[in-house]
Design a protein around this ligand. Structure first.
Ligand SMILES: [Zn+2]
Length: 147
C-alpha cells in the first residue's frame, strides 16, 4: 500500500512507484509532492501519496500497441507459416490487397507461401475462398524479440 502514484506535469496519471523511488525522484528534483500523507514524513519530505513530474513527459509510447510493422516481423510473428495452407511461407500477403487500399499494418498482413499469394492475387480471402487459418494480430514486443 506504500506505492506512490506518479502523475505527469499535466496531471495525467502515469504509473506507481515505491516510496523509496518517489523520494529519490524528489531528491533529484524531477518530481514534486502533489499530495502527501498528513502527519507522516520520510526523511526531510512529507510522506508522498502522489508526486508530479516537474517536466512533461511525452507518453505516446504508452498508446503504441507494439513494434513498427516490418515484413520480417510479420514472418516472425507467423512462424513463417502460410496463413492459407499452413506450409512454409516466404512472402507477405496483404489481406486487403494493396491495389485496393490495403496498408502495411500488422492486422492487414500475414505470412503466405508464394503459391497461395499468387492464387489469392488481388482478392480478399472471402472473394478468393481462402479463409485465414489465424487472425493477424498486433504482436507485442516479446513476440518479436523472444526468439
Ligand atoms: Zn500457402
Amino acid at each position: 500500500m506504500d506505492a506512490v502514484l506518479v502523475i505527469n506535469a499535466d496531471l495525467g496519471p502515469l504509473h506507481r512507484v515505491t516510496v523509496q523511488h518517489a523520494v529519490r525522484m524528489l531528491c533529484r528534483r524531477v518530481a514534486e509532492i502533489h499530495e502527501a500523507e498528513p502527519d507522516r514524513v520520510i526523511g526531510v519530505f512529507p510522506m508522498p501519496r502522489v508526486v508530479r513530474l516537474v517536466r512533461f513527459v511525452v507518453t505516446r509510447w504508452r498508446f503504441n500497441s507494439g513494434p513498427a510493422w516490418s515484413r520480417a516481423g510479420v514472418l516472425r510473428r507467423d512462424d513463417r507459416c502460410c496463413a492459407y495452407c499452413g506450409g512454409p511461407a516466404s512472402t507477405i500477403d496483404h489481406i486487403l490487397p494493396r491495389s485496393r487500399g490495403g496498408r502495411n499494418t500488422w492486422r492487414n498482413t500475414t505470412a503466405a507461401c508464394y503459391a497461395c499469394n499468387q492464387r489469392k492475387g488481388d482478392r480478399t480471402p472471402a472473394e478468393a475462398g481462402m479463409p485465414l487459418r489465424r487472425e493477424p494480430v498486433n504482436p507485442g514486443w516479446a513476440a518479436l524479440t523472444g526468439r
